[in-house]
Design a protein around this ligand. Structure first.
Ligand code: G6Q
Length: 541
């Protein structure tokens, strides 16, 4: 079914009219009038509680937004994704990260073939490999057990496993340490290698295409480092390097034995790939059983997403509320605020997941949008951000919807730390909602300062409470955001699963790289770029 023009849908027009009413309402007043707002606008799912009551919504808003979802044929789009239809139309690919964590193991067909046997075979290969590394069956060139895993990858082949491995620090197997090198800046690689012993270091080259310049450059540097430390014995490479890729030929050409290659498929998008063998560094660090718990948590969220009516469906609600702010309040950004040190990479991870998926300006049919699509996603862990950018969220001129995320139970329950963290998280959402009126500003405040000390409030927030950050609950949390992004993409009528802007970036540098290395004048560029290339060549090279 083709996506109808969003702005012509009946619910869109009604939401525009409704916005004129709601924009005048203050959350403080809504809470005064509705003492059961928390009960009505919060939902629990397994280990997660979503409180969306501090949003600028009424029952009518939610009714209209869920109608918008129905009019956008969201149910049909969900079915298409889960049943392997080629919804990534510009690349003619299915989108099946949900199959990677399909723990019920029911068949998922792509072009008449069930993908589950292939997925299960790679999971088994990962299991055998991680066990062999952990029990010492596989060892480094001098016979010592591996202690350090270095994942070399970038973008989707880095951010997911890096974020998850960092978030699950309390589950790290004793004696195993994970490192992630992504940037082609040599400092990234050297800072990592300088800490490591080549005899006990295992490298994972993670690249869907196995052609990405940064990853290949880093992989060759790591290879040479190892050779330099083992008397240039090429035979050791196969013991210290494994690859995760869809490109068997390129893996072979690099010199990695295809027995040491973990396969994945073109229907796994890079930013959705942590559930595939791209998750190998996760499995090596926390163990395969915990990796499967991560998959279980995501699968449970998949089932919830697929089966729950829109009005009680966590990803759908979060997506619709996001659309409400983006398209009607004209909010340009969304901030992610995890109150958990181990979730410190979540904002960067979601930045890619969301901005690469929904940073699009044409519909699936190639027509220019006459409405806004994905917002800027950013954030930092709390409480650190409170001492920095929260000022603008409280008192700046724009409205920035915020997601606050916090586990109730800490893995490091020392003294009062966690109570202080939790109190700050809850206090911020309350303050953003209520604000502080001129009447509430202290009586002895000079008139000239009152306006400076007034907080407008009415700043919307979601709060996600997680009982405890475990592989399972983290899996559910990530899948929640993945599906939120999907729903928004469906309503905007865009392809959330291609990334032509990223592809362009991969090609652009090639020409200038050659020019920087040559003595002949720079080729055809604008005057600024030519000037910069010439300056670099004269001063640095
Ligand atoms: C993800 C993007 C992008 C990609 C990297 C790495 O969805 O396409 O971030 O993951 O560019 O690509 P390779 O895995 O092919 O090296």
């Amino acid at each position: 079914m083709s996506t109808p023009q969003l702005t012509t849908l009946p619910a869109w027009g009604k939401l525009q009219d409704h916005y004129q009413q709601v924009k005048k309402l203050h959350l403080r007043d809504l809470f005064d009038q509705e003492s059961d707002r928390f009960d009505r606008y919060s939902l629990q799912f397994n280990e997660l509680l979503l409180d969306y009551s501090k949003n600028r919504i009424t029952d009518e808003t939610l009714k209209l937004l869920t109608t918008l979802a129905s009019e956008s044929h969201l149910d049909d789009a969900i079915r298409k994704m889960f049943t392997g239809e080629k919804i990534n139309t510009t690349e003619q690919r299915a989108v099946l990260h949900v199959a990677l964590r399909n723990r019920s193991n029911t068949p998922v067909m792509v072009e008449g073939n069930d993908v589950m046997p292939g997925i299960n075979a790679v999971l088994e290969q990962m299991q055998n490999f991680t066990e062999a590394v952990h029990d010492g069956t596989l060892r480094g060139f001098s016979g010592k057990k591996f202690t350090d895993i270095v994942n070399i990858g970038i973008g989707g082949s880095d951010l997911g496993p890096h974020m998850v491995t960092t978030a699950l620090r309390p589950y790290w197997i004793e004696g195993m340490h994970a490192h992630f090198v992504s940037n082609v800046d040599g400092s990234d690689m050297m800072e990592t290698l300088n800490k490591l012993n080549p005899e006990t270091t295992l490298f994972i080259i993670a690249s869907k295409t196995f052609t990405t310049r940064e990853t290949m450059t880093n992989a060759h540097t790591a290879r040479q480092w190892l050779l330099d430390h083992c008397g240039n014995n090429e035979g050791v490479i196969k013991h210290h390097f494994v690859a995760v890729s869809t490109n068997t030929a390129a893996v072979k050409a690099f010199g990695i034995d295809t027995d040491n290659m973990f396969e994945f498929w073109d229907w796994v998008g890079g930013r959705y790939s942590l559930w595939s063998a791209i998750g190998l560094p996760i499995a090596l660090t926390i163990g395969m059983e915990n990796f499967k718990q991560l998959l279980n948590g995501a699968h449970e969220m998949d089932l919830h997403f697929r089966e729950t009516p829109f009005e009680n469906n966590l990803p759908v609600l979060m997506a619709l509320i996001g659309i409400w702010y983006r398209n009607f309040f004209a909010a340009t950004s969304q901030v992610i605020l995890p109150y958990d040190h181990t979730l410190r990479l979540l904002p960067a991870y979601l930045q890619q997941a969301d901005m690469e998926s929904n940073g699009k300006r044409v519909t699936i049919a190639g027509e220019y949008l006459d409405y806004d699509s994905g917002p800027v996603i950013w954030g930092q862990p709390g409480t650190n951000g409170q001492h920095a950018f929260y000022q603008l969220i409280h008192q700046g001129t724009q409205m920035i919807p915020a997601d606050f995320i916090i586990p109730l139970e800490s893995h490091n329950p020392i003294g009062e730390h966690h109570t202080i963290l939790l109190a700050n998280c809850l206090a911020q959402t309350e303050a953003l909602m209520k604000g502080k009126t001129a009447a509430e500003v202290a009586q002895d405040t000079p008139d000239s300062l009152v306006a400076h000390k007034v907080f407008p409030g009415n700043k919307p927030t979601n709060t996600i409470l997680i009982n405890k950050l475990t592989p399972q609950s983290l899996g559910s949390l990530i899948a929640l955001y993945e599906h939120k992004i999907f729903v928004q993409g469906v309503i905007w009528g865009i392809n959330s699963f291609d990334q032509w802007g990223v592809e362009l970036g991969k090609q652009l540098a090639g020409v200038i790289e050659k020019e920087l290395e040559s003595d002949t004048p720079a080729g055809k560029h604008d005057n600024s770029t030519t000037g910069l290339i010439d300056y670099c060549r004269q001063h640095l090279l």
